[in-house]
Write a protein that binds this ligand. Structure first.
Ligand code: UDP
Length: 238
């Protein structure tokens, strides 16, 4: 297949909160639903996933409670690997072949992060799940989603959110007049301090011309539609 004829390729960012269904740990029903939504779109796109880990640990929160920040961040990264394995399991149950690649070497449970191998998996129709973030403390999985999207030459970063369905003019939980923005530039989002996604991720995408769609996990079917290229939520672009 030539470069111009290749299938749409997306990098889907799933937060840890999605996996936990609002509590600590993994909610199998929720992860199974996400896996089925990804499976439903596999004819239309190549799918790579970056998983968060906030349903287990967030380094910044643990460090506020007295832990060394870097060590706490490593705990956060290990949490993302558990989510990655859960997603892999439910993807396989949904009939989709998948591979987990970890930024921290743990050969028994995951492949090591090798970008060219990840691309090869995608070309073969496998979902590639990136675990352990960047393998570096002080980073977030949003930023890793932007970086991985760039490195695997994705067409778009899809950021699935819980409890919010896109980028708003203000925090919709605090300002009843906040409205959903259909389309915005990275620069405007940064200048206006719209923080649905962390600013490092925005900057990385802005500097490298990578478009990002921010959308809500609800209602069911949104993940499938976003992967297929439906115009949900907010498009953020250069
Ligand atoms: N983390 C990290 N480096 C990375 C990615 C993640 O140190 O490259 C740690 C960090 O402590 C973070 C935690 O892993 O709080 C879980 O990731 P994140 O908060 O991005 O997950 P989400 O909010 O998407 O569930």
């Amino acid at each position: 297949m030539t470069e111009t004829a290749r299938k749409r390729r997306v990098l889907l960012k799933l937060s840890g909160e999605a996996f936990g269904g609002g509590t600590l740990g993994v909610n199998p029903d929720v992860v199974s639903q996400i896996a089925r939504e990804i499976a439903a779109a596999m004819d239309d796109a190549e799918v790579a996933v970056v998983v968060g880990g906030g349903n287990f640990f967030r380094g910044a929160e643990l460090s506020q409670r007295g832990m060394d920040r870097a060590r706490a961040d490593y705990m956060g990264m290990l949490g993302t690997v558990m989510n990655a394995l859960a997603l892999q399991d439910f993807l396989e149950q949904a009939g989709v072949s998948s591979r987990v690649q970890s930024a921290i070497t743990m050969t028994q449970v995951a492949e090591t992060y090798i970008p060219l191998r990840a691309i090869r998996h995608l070309e073969k129709g496998r979902v590639v799940i990136f675990g352990a973030g960047a393998g570096l403390p002080y980073f977030s999985t949003d930023t890793v989603a932007a970086q991985r999207a760039l490195e695997i030459h994705a067409d778009e970063v899809l950021v699935a959110k819980n409890g919010v369905d896109g980028v708003y003019t203000a925090d919709p939980n605090q300002d009843p007049n906040a409205t959903l923005i259909d389309e915005i530039t990275y620069n405007d989002a940064l200048v206006r301090g719209l923080k649905v996604v962390d600013s490092t991720a925005f900057s990385l995408c802005m500097d490298n011309g990578m478009p990002m769609r921010v959308f809500g996990m609800e209602p069911a079917g949104n993940v499938t539609e976003a992967i297929r290229g439906e115009q949900l939520g907010t498009l953020v672009h250069r």
